[in-house]
Each structure stands twice: as C-alpha cells, then as structure tokens.
Design a protein around this ligand. Structure first.
Ligand code: GDP
Ligand code: MN
Length: 327
C-alpha cells in the first residue's frame, strides 16, 4: 500500500521526473528578474509555472535583482521551488535613482500631479529606467549571452518542449516577444520626438531593412510595443553601441522622470530601429498571462499542450499583434 507522505517530506514534484543533470548544449542564459521582497508570493507563482512547463528539464539558472537586500525569507522561498542555481544581486547607485541632471523640483511636480497609473510613483520610474538601461549591465549578468525576463504573478499556459534560447541562437534571433499591446500615450508624450532627434544625430545607427514600420504610422509612433515583462533577448543587442547611445540620449532627455517612459516602448523602438524583422521572433507558442491580459495560442483548446482558451484570449485581440503580420 502507498502511504501518503507527511507534509514535511512532500516534494513539489516526483523526484524521478526531474533529470539530475542540466540538458546538454545549453546556452549561457538565465531567467532574470528585478523584483521586490514583497513580490515573493507572486514570484513563487511564476517560478512554479516556469519549472513545470520548461525549466525542470533545462535547469537554467535564475538571477534576482533588487534595490534593497533580499530577505532570507525571499531567498528561501524562491530556492525551494527549483534545483537550478539561484543568485541574488543588489543594484548600485547609478542604476537606481536620479542622475544629477534631473531637476528634482520638476520631478516632484510630476510626482504630485500625474494622473495616469504609476505616474506618481518614484520607484516605478526608477524601475523603468533600470530595465531600459541597466539590467543587462549588472555584474551577475556579465557572462550571459541571453536572458529571459520574468516577473511575478505571470502564467505560462503551455508546455515547452524545446529550448527557446537554443532556438534563438541557432536562428540568429536577437529579440523574442510574445505579446504586443498598445501604450498609453499620456505616459510618453515626447518619446517619439526624442527618438526622431536621436535618429537625426545618429543616422548610421539605424538599420537598413529596419522594422520601424511596425511602430510608426503616418510619421508618428503608434504605441505598439513588445510587452517586456516577457522577453528573450540576445544581450549583445542591449550591449551594442547603438543601444547604448540610444539609452544615453533618452536618459539625458529626462523622460524617464518628467514623463513615465516605460522600458517596453523604449526596447521596442530600439528593436525597430536597429534590427531587421528576421532578427525578431514572435513566440506565438508561449501562451502567457501577466496581470491584466494574456493570450492563448490558436488550436490549444482541444489539443496540444496548453491549458487556456483561445476563444477567450485570442492573440488577434491585440492590434499590434495583427500589425506584426503585415509589416
Ligand atoms: P507592471 O508590470 O508595469 O505593473 O510593473 P510591476 O509592478 O510588475 O514591476 C515590474 C517588475 O519590477 C516586477 O518584477 C517588480 O517586482 C519589479 N519592481 C517594481 N518596482 C520595484 C522596486 O521598487 N524595487 C524592486 N526591487 N523591484 C521593483
Ligand atoms: Mn508586472
């Protein structure tokens, strides 16, 4: 007869299903997240899904970054869910805060008056700036060739039977996304003008067969952006001269503070300026939910290895997803 294990002995997964060794031919890659101690529960939810759908076989390491030290509770809470290597890092002053050319008074006025979501949060601005220009420079990511960004409270709907990092590497993909919604334009009133000024100053940085058509309609930014809470990226893209010059240009302009420039439109505009479409991959098979919205790959209602309903969360609900197919 089989005896139920005592709670203390209970392992999240039957141990015989977990390969002892990491998969062969892995790339230098990791699952990376900037995260707060207070997001422990949400991050555990995410890790549980990532492990079940993918990483219990591939065993890619996790890297967690924070502006304050991680608590022992956080460290234990995330480590308990994976056999992978887990590292914890802290941010330096340059990457988290206001640069000295930012006018504190002007910023304070914005923090007192902005009337859109997270507009009055100083830390949200720091977060967006960090994800735009610093995350890939963190010493813990130094040896990584690729990262897969993860966030708390997300769901991965589908079993993943291949390694997306290897896929990207073998197919020369620089940037991978799954969802592409529209931006709230009130958060980025001058981002497009600043980007145009950048292109004027650095015309040599703009790729020949670029993807600007995805983001630009009638000469204006249409708000289409890759939803960066999920992204799989060849980090040489962010480490390139083009990207660094673009980030510096934006940072000088101050819109991370005086407006609420998000890392999603920033990454997206960079992708569309510096890459060709064939260097960007749509992971239409990685069904996904992040609070507010998700998508379910077509045909996954009755077959395949997804647990979601494509009639409810149709990928073509999003205008920018449709645009992807026609540019
Ligand atoms: P949203 O997805 O735009 O709603 O923003 P989130 O609140 O999910 O933040 C994005 C990511 O940055 C999440 O992983 C958060 O845990 C993390 N984050 C946001 N603000 C802070 C912060 O002040 N400190 C740290 N360490 N992480 C943060
Ligand atoms: Mn989030």
């Amino acid at each position: 007869s089989v005896k139920a294990p005592e709670p203390a002995e209970f392992k999240q997964q039957p141990s015989e299903e977990r390969p002892k060794e990491p998969a062969k031919n892995r790339v230098k890659a990791a699952l990376v997240s900037l995260v707060r101690n207070t997001d422990l529960h949400g991050m555990r939810q995410t890790i549980r899904e990532i492990e079940d759908r993918f990483n219990r076989v591939y065993k890619y390491p996790y890297i967690f970054l924070n502006d304050v030290p991680f608590t022992d509770e956080f460290k234990k809470g995330v480590k308990d869910l994976t056999d992978s290597e887990v590292s914890f890092g802290i941010l330096d002053d340059e990457s988290w805060g206001t640069p000295d050319w930012i006018d504190e008074k002007k910023l304070q006025h914005v923090l007192d008056t902005a009337d859109y979501i997270n507009g009055r949060s100083r830390s949200y601005k720091y977060m967006c700036r960090f994800q735009s220009g610093y995350i890939y420079k963190h010493p813990l990511l130094k040896d990584l060739e690729f990262y897969w960004r993860i966030e708390p409270d997300v769901k991965y709907y589908c079993q993943l039977d291949y390694d997306p990092f290897v896929y990207m590497k073998e197919n020369n993909k620089m940037y991978g996304f799954n969802m592409a919604p529209n931006e709230y334009m009130v958060t980025i009133p001058t981002l497009w003008n600043t980007t145009k000024a950048f292109m004027k100053e650095y015309p040599q940085h703009v790729a020949k067969n670029n993807l600007l058509e995805f983001a630009v309609e009638n000469g204006d930014y249409n708000g289409c952006h890759f939803w960066t809470n999920f992204e799989i990226v060849n980090l040489s893209f962010y480490r390139s001269k083009q990207y660094e010059d673009y980030f510096k240009f934006l940072d000088r302009a101050g819109g991370f503070f005086y407006e609420r420039w998000g890392d999603a439109p920033v990454h997206t505009l960079a992708v569309t300026m510096f890459l060709r479409k064939d260097q960007v991959h749509y992971f239409g098979d990685i069904g996904y939910y992040h609070p507010a919205m998700g998508f379910c790959p077509k045909n996954s209602k009755s077959s395949g290895k997804c647990v979601c309903d494509p009639d409810k969360e149709n990928e073509f609900n999003y205008g920018c997803r449709r645009r992807w197919d026609i540019v």
